[in-house]
Write a protein that binds this ligand. Structure first.
Ligand code: F6R
Length: 233
């Protein structure tokens, strides 16, 4: 899964050397990021025209906090590849005004022409970024009150006890406008929600199911996450 996903990012960048590449935090894509960084270094992949865009961030946290989305990307992509700060567009979860911070990200992203490639993960409740079930589809970036499932799961990312209740996220409108979208899922715990996202009609109840509205959308699974997906699909 990680090899294939890393290949997708590399080939997109080779064909589109000035692309905006949106990357999720969380655990699922870490293997992809390690392989991507290693291969990008070995092949001297030209990243000088690329802008990396953070999909989301916990309100109250930023790159200074272990377990934040930004810190994950710092560790696995930005530091290993020496990505300059002016090539990174990320929510600052510690911004004094979260709504203004979302507007800043939308404006800067639109100045760059929007998203080109998006690598996403899926939550146990079907969320994408922090677009939780029943998300409005017309949003670009917004502050979200986190679903109970997301709050419970959040503790796996933090060594200390950190209570998170809100997130900032790119919205479904922005995500769906990407030129290419790849959704990753691994492990048996994602099998049921993946089956629902794949088998049910696109609906805001399962935000990941909406991704199939994009013409260039692909899901890459490991065998455990794909165990309920029919092989003919
Ligand atoms: C994180 C993000 C989330 C995660 C999802 C899965 O930036 O956008 O939507 O992708 O919660 O998280 P993991 O990969 O840790 O299972």
């Amino acid at each position: 899964m990680s090899e294939l996903a890393a290949e997708r990012i590399i080939s997109y960048i080779k064909q589109n050397p000035t692309a905006t590449i949106c990357l999720a935090g969380g655990y699922t894509p870490i293997g992809t990021y390690q392989i991507f960084s290693q291969k990008a270094k070995e092949s001297k992949l030209d990243l000088t025209g690329i802008t990396f865009v953070g999909l989301d961030e916990w309100v109250g946290l930023n790159g200074a906090d272990k377990g934040s989305c930004r810190e994950t990307l710092d560790e696995y992509i930005f530091r290993p590849l020496h990505v300059r700060e002016d090539h990174i567009l990320f929510f600052d979860g510690k911004a004094a005004n979260s709504d203004k911070e979302c507007s800043r990200v939308v404006e800067e992203l639109e100045q760059k022409g929007g998203l080109d490639f998006a690598l996403l993960g899926i939550g146990l409740n079907g969320h994408v970024g922090f677009n939780e079930p029943h998300v409005p589809m017309e949003q670009k970036a917004h502050v979200v009150t986190l679903d109970d499932v997301t709050r419970d799961v959040s503790s796996k990312y933090f060594k200390e006890v950190i209570k998170v209740s809100q997130g900032m996220t790119l919205g479904m409108k922005t995500i769906l406008s990407s030129d290419q979208i790849v959704l990753l899922a691994s492990g048996a715990e994602k099998a049921e929600i993946i089956a629902q996202a794949v088998n049910e009609k696109p609906s805001p109840e399962i935000p990941a199911s909406l991704l199939s509205l994009n013409k260039n959308f692909e899901i890459i699974l490991d065998s455990e996450a794909g165990r309920y997906v029919e092989s003919s699909r």
